[in-house]
Design a protein around this ligand. Structure first.
Ligand SMILES: [Zn+2]
Length: 260
């Protein structure tokens, strides 16, 4: 089993290459660029330069798309804007040589769950069509979400993978907040056929309705996750705690000490 560990967050454009050097020195082999509050890398040449540095240092890049995405809005214009945001990530991601664009697909928006699923599936297929026409390279990776009123259960994400051939992101912190346990058996059953898994993990505070906020990662919980992860798969674990770098290094240490 090989696991690549890395933080959510690359920092600003000016700091990108020194941060990548630092990650590399710490033994981290992945980094998810957070476009969560906007696609802040705008120039093609900046993206290409960051992509080259990451490649040279053996760091696999992915992107987290903006939070403002709802492919199941009742407002057509909001759906259109959501699609444009994902496609913008795909474009910049192509220059960065990022493997995937992770996103939260949307809300139920008072629409019944089956209809929500159909709406989101349709929009993903359409984004993929444009992605292919424009020769963008990152795969779309809808993520399991942490709130019960937000689209993104394990079943919904795995069905999207089957129906649209998209990629996926399993966020174990979100799964814990949504289901009150890590649902290892269910996840294994639904995703075992795919040979590479993109994982998010951190500590999480949650209540009845699910996720409240991401918190520092506990060593014990990290060990549970690593122990569960299937052998013989390519696995990337992106940490999303308030201290993403420190917690990624902690994960790497647990892995090297006990599982390698
Ligand atoms: Zn996540």
């Amino acid at each position: 089993m090989t696991i690549k560990f890395g933080p959510a967050g690359l920092g600003g454009i000016k700091d990108a290459s020194s941060n990548l050097e630092m990650y590399h020195k710490l033994g981290l082999k992945a980094c998810e660029i957070a476009f969560t509050y906007g696609v802040y890398i705008k120039k093609k040449e900046d993206a290409v330069a960051i992509g080259k540095t990451a490649k040279k240092l053996g760091i696999k890049l992915s992107i987290h798309a903006p939070y403002w995405i709802n492919l199941n809005s009742k407002d057509k214009e909001k759906i259109e804007k959501s699609k444009q945001r994902i496609l913008k990530c795909c474009e910049i991601g192509t220059y960065l040589n990022a493997s995937k664009v992770v996103f939260h697909p949307g809300y139920y928006s008072g629409i019944e769950k089956e209809k929500t699923y159909e709406n989101i599936k349709k929009e993903i297929l359409e984004i993929q069509k444009i992605r292919n026409e424009k020769k963008f390279t990152p795969n779309l990776a809808p993520e399991t979400t942490g709130k019960k009123n937000v689209f993104g259960s394990i079943d919904e994400i795995s069905q999207l993978v089957k129906d649209t051939k998209c990629d996926f992101c399993i966020d174990f912190a979100h799964v814990l907040a949504r289901y009150k346990n890590y649902e290892f058996e269910k996840i294994k059953k639904q995703f075992n056929q795919y040979k590479s898994w993109h994982i998010h993990f951190s500590g999480i505070e949650y209540g009845e309705k699910g996720e409240k906020r991401h918190i520092l990662t506990s060593e014990k919980e990290f060990e549970k996750i690593i122990k569960f992860l299937p052998k013989k798969k390519k696995i990337t674990i992106i940490n999303e705690s308030p201290n993403t770098v420190k917690d990624s290094v902690m994960g790497l240490n647990i892995y090297n000490k006990k599982f390698h």
